[in-house]
Design a protein around this ligand. Structure first.
Ligand code: TRP
Length: 325
């Protein structure tokens, strides 16, 4: 079986954007691959080192979100990066052979430093972000890595680092390939990209009445004021959601809206119903998990142990190849 590894930074509750993109592929892949899913808490620290208390709180929430959408601990290994110290050791060793210019030209490094103006990211740890990510992947000798478009340069770098290691010490690492997870066009309720920091997200953990209220607040076509006004569904958040959550009726909705046969209030209520139908099984699963107080810790401990065993096997070989004991 091929090996898949992916990681998410624990920066807060997961939302519908995550669900229809990366989480869906996590669930599909656990049947086809030997899957490792990692909570990247060290990576979260590279940008949030000034507020580490938030990171540790978010780890359990991430497990809860993962389990509630159907990631199965009997199929996939769910672990916390910082519990497997081999990641840090490999990160250090790969650092020996990674040229600094490779990191300086990394587009996400340049972008994030510009964007996150409120934090000082001229740190050694932040620059090394992709080296740590390469260590995460290579330590399990992963064949495939599901990622979003934005992470592509990091995977390219991981392959370059693997190649350089193999050239220097003998062929050992596979060159990991990306699986691009499709991101559905799901905007936030205000039409911008769905993001926790924009305050426009619908969370997997939102109760039904909160979801309904958020749907009520969704931006619609500003030119459609009365029920019988002709609408422009291309310009409407509610319509974008119908496309994903009400596929069968989507075309009909567009036609009715354009002809002025459909009011936004009804359209929103229909969407809220559909969305809650989608989220209900996830809520039930979450409620089951919350009833068992030790469950999350059990899953975490088991995942951490399995990841540790796999990582240690790699590290023994790496140490030998680099002439360390
Ligand atoms: N950098 C990834 C992100 O921000 C998270 C991550 C850390 C990751 N290590 C990884 C993803 C290894 C894939 C493989 O989304």
């Amino acid at each position: 079986m091929q090996i898949v590894l992916s990681g998410m930074r624990p920066t807060g509750k997961l939302h519908l954007g995550h669900l229809e993109g990366v989480l869906k592929s996590y669930v599909e892949m656990q049947d086809k691959y030997k899957a490792f899913y990692m909570v990247a808490d060290w990576h979260a620290l590279t940008t949030n080192y000034e507020k580490p208390e938030d990171v540790s709180e978010n780890i359990k929430d991430m497990y809860k979100d993962w389990l509630s959408v159907g990631i199965d601990p009997l199929k996939a290994t769910m672990f916390v990066q910082s519990s497997v110290k081999g990641h840090a050791e490999l990160y250090l060793l790969l650092g020996m052979l990674t040229p600094v210019p490779w990191l300086e030209r990394n587009p996400t490094y340049k972008e994030m430093k510009k964007e996150l103006k409120d934090r000082d990211l001229s740190t050694y740890g932040f620059m090394g972000y992709p080296v740590l990510q390469a260590a995460d992947i290579l330590i399990y000798n992963a064949d495939k890595v599901p990622i979003g478009e934005d992470q592509r340069p990091h995977l390219e770098l991981a392959r370059e680092i693997a190649r350089r290691f193999n050239y220097l010490y003998g062929k050992f690492f596979k060159e990991p390939q990306e699986i691009l997870t499709e991101m559905p066009k799901l905007p936030g309720i205000d039409g911008r990209k769905m993001s926790k920091s924009y305050n426009n997200a619908i969370f997997l953990s939102d109760p039904a009445d909160v979801v309904t209220e958020k749907v009520r607040q969704m931006f619609t076509d500003p030119k459609k004021i009365r029920k019988n006004d002709k609408g422009h569904p291309d310009n409407c958040v509610v319509c974008a959601f119908h496309k994903v959550y009400n596929t069968a009726s989507h075309q009909m909705i567009i036609e009715e809206c354009k002809k002025g046969l459909r009011g936004c209030v009804d359209c929103k209520m229909e969407l809220a119903r559909k969305l809650n139908e989608r989220l209900e099984p996830i809520r039930q699963k979450r409620a089951e998990i919350e009833k068992k107080p030790d469950y999350i810790m059990d899953v975490m401990n088991k995942g951490n142990k399995d990841a540790l065993d796999a990582a240690e096997a790699t590290m023994r070989e790496v140490r030998k190849l680099m002439k360390l004991i």
